[in-house]
Design a binder for this molecule. Structure first.
Ligand code: HEM
Length: 315
């Protein structure tokens, strides 16, 4: 099998459960989360890059989900771990744009086979209930890019809020405008109010469950908004890998602003029974050749099927 060969979606779901545990009803990744509603307004610069109706300049409702990385619905909020921002833009005429963004500029694997191998290498040994250090090391030595995402989190403070950290799309997408010209780029959602992290002492004092209440307070104060920015790829840039960011200093275009307007009650809301499939794109935006984009579609659908069957839960 080549590195880019497809992986059966049930194999992915089974491996997630074997490695991280099975928490019935919860998303197998990003289990601890909360639904919110937002509004997006696109810019003239975005309209210059893409005909997508999301950029018309009229406000677009967005079904938002913030989550903490991992399969554990009790994952601590005060760890140097992943935060996620998943978005569904509800566009005119029933068109939909879905995406799931993470608080690192890179993902932990560049191909579905490599991701499955990494998850398998982390599977706890039945005797010790711990991953086998030699297996973990052997896989990482042979696939060094799987360590880049974790290194990013280790280098950053614990985010003070879901609303004060950057969320990257990590894949390149193509944007096509009215004259038919196509521009590839990688996007990042950057908090309008700037980044804010916690010192180690502050993180300890906050405890394991502060992010949802913090989000509610900041949204009430009108303080949670993100600039949707696109870094433009240049000829020769590698755009088919979720483990390779664009070179530093690429031109960044502001595509618009997402403002979070309300937060659902714990455990419910409009994001609970949907999945965020990055292949669900509006006309005017298309996937790059990054094999990880298409590889996400079926596992997300199967994951949704499993948790709906079990009784969908979150938090
Ligand atoms: C083949 C590769 C991947 C597999 C098999 C996979 C698997 C999954 C699964 C099963 C879920 C839960 C879906 C649900 O129940 O609705 C999920 C959620 C998520 N994944 Fe992935 N994933 C992959 C790649 C990625 C990549 C490259 C990113 C980087 C942006 C990413 C970001 C997310 C986010 C943000 C969520 C939470 C979305 C939400 O709140 O619903 N995943 N993933």
């Amino acid at each position: 099998q080549t590195a880019a060969a497809p992986v059966d979606p049930n194999s992915f779901l089974n491996q997630f459960e074997a490695t991280f545990g099975k928490f019935e009803g919860y998303r197998r990744s990003g289990a601890k989360g909360v639904c919110a509603m937002g509004e997006f307004v696109g810019t003239a610069e975005a309209r210059g890059l893409s005909t997508a109706s999301a950029f018309s300049g009229a406000p677009v409702p967005v079904v938002v989900r913030f989550s903490v990385g991992g399969a554990n619905p009790k994952a601590p909020d005060n760890a140097k771990s992943q935060r996620n921002l998943a978005l569904q833009f509800n566009l005119p005429n029933g068109e939909v744009w879905q995406m799931g963004n993470i608080s690192a500029p890179v993902f932990g694997a560049s191909s579905p086979q490599q991701f499955l191998g990494r998850l398998a290498s982390l599977q706890p040994d039945p005797a010790t209930k711990m991953p086998d250090a030699a297996k973990v090391k052997a896989f990482a030595d042979a696939n060094p890019e799987v360590l880049l995402q974790g290194r990013h989190f280790a280098s950053q403070p614990v985010p003070a809020s879901f609303g004060t950290v950057n969320y990257w799309g990590v894949h390149a997408f193509g944007f096509t405008n009215a004259s038919g010209s196509k521009q590839f780029g990688k996007w990042v959602f950057e908090p309008v109010g700037g980044l804010q992290g916690l010192t180690d002492d502050e993180a300890k004092a906050k405890g394991p469950a502060f992010l949802f209440d913090d989000l509610r307070q900041r949204v009430k104060d009108g303080k949670v908004a993100f600039n949707f920015n696109l870094e433009l790829a240049q000829a020769g840039d590698q755009i088919d890998s979720a483990t390779v960011p664009l070179p530093a200093g690429r031109t960044k275009v502001n595509l618009g602003m997402l403002k979070v307007t309300s937060v659902a009650e714990d455990g419910g809301g409009p994001c609970l029974t949907i999945t965020y499939n990055p292949m669900v794109l509006p006309k005017g935006v298309e996937p790059s050749a990054d094999p990880m984009i298409a590889a996400r579609a079926a596992p997300y659908a199967v994951g949704l099927g499993r948790r709906l069957t079990e009784g969908a839960k979150q938090q």
